[in-house]
Design a protein around this ligand. Structure first.
Ligand code: MN
Ligand code: MN
Length: 277
């Protein structure tokens, strides 16, 4: 099953949807490996037209190419597979919107994008800063992913919004220009202005949403933003240079209502429409 309104082949597509069904380092509640399939299925509960953007998915040339075939247990091997899979698409002139999986998948994707875009900026929406240097002895985990990514792009090029959970040291990292908007997205205009026309990789950890809106996730963190606030953020990206994006940490089985999966699918629809073709 492909996402609603996907083209039947990659040929004419500029934007490619890629599933990355990996949750091997999830510590609290695993299950995000089931998210790509659940998002695709839930997309058929939506309509293709967005009244927010007055645009229809049928006007967008995108292709849902399915999931990256991954190893079940070998973290380093998976990181390599993901990076080379994404880099191959980038050198063909495609841009990607990846469906996680857990947040660690963003690290190899960002590495691939950095190889193509030397002045890459990363915007992260998340409840958690994900800046730990290691987590329970693991250097590569959903809790360290943004520390690893910042080592690739530079801490000054990482912009974090919606953060409400961290260890104290995360705010004191050496040589770090702290672009961290706590609790909400209120600094988005300031950050987007500062970024200007540099290429942006956007990573949305869906637990940035309040668990009341989005219970289907591995590490729910109360005190989050509303769906409409996240939607406003996406709409404000019009005119910014988004070169790639991901939507991670949906764990569909923790939400028996299915609303979390539908929410994720709707976010993907709006991302597809704002990033364009
Ligand atoms: Mn995260
Ligand atoms: Mn998170």
């Amino acid at each position: 099953m492909r996402f609603l309104c996907s083209l039947p082949s990659i040929k004419k597509a500029k934007t490619v949807l890629v599933g990355v069904p990996y949750d091997g380092t999830s510590t609290f509640r695993p299950g995000s490996r089931f998210a790509p399939a659940s998002i695709r299925e839930s997309s058929y509960g939506l309509e293709s037209y967005s009244p927010y953007q007055d645009k229809d998915l049928r006007e967008i040339k995108f292709f849902d190419m399915g999931d990256i075939p991954l190893s079940y247990s070998d973290v380093q091997l998976n990181l390599k597979i993901i990076e080379s899979f994404i880099f191959k698409l980038l050198i063909k002139g495609k841009r990607t919107i990846c469906l996680g999986g857990e947040h660690l998948i963003s690290y190899p994707i960002i590495k691939a994008y950095k190889r193509k875009h030397k002045d890459l900026v990363v915007i992260q929406l998340d409840a958690h800063s994900d800046l730990a240097d290691s987590f329970r002895g693991e250097k590569f985990s959903h809790a360290t992913v943004m520390r690893r990514a910042a080592e690739v792009v530079g801490f000054e090029n990482l912009y974090q919004l919606g953060i409400r959970s961290m260890v104290r040291e995360d705010r004191l990292l050496p040589k770090r220009k702290e672009n961290m908007c706590m609790f909400n997205l209120s600094k988005k205009d300031e950050y987007l202005k500062e970024i200007g026309d540099r290429p942006i990789y956007l990573t949305i950890d869906l637990d940035v949403l309040d668990p009341a809106y989005f219970p289907g996730t591995g590490t729910p963190e109360p005190g989050g933003i509303t769906f409409n606030e996240l939607l406003d953020f996406i709409l404000s990206l019009k005119g910014s240079r988004i070169v790639g994006a991901d939507v991670v940490e949906l764990s569909p089985h923790y939400d028996t209502s299915g609303i979390s999966s539908i929410t994720a699918a709707k976010i993907v629809r709006e991302l597809l429409l704002i990033i364009g073709d």
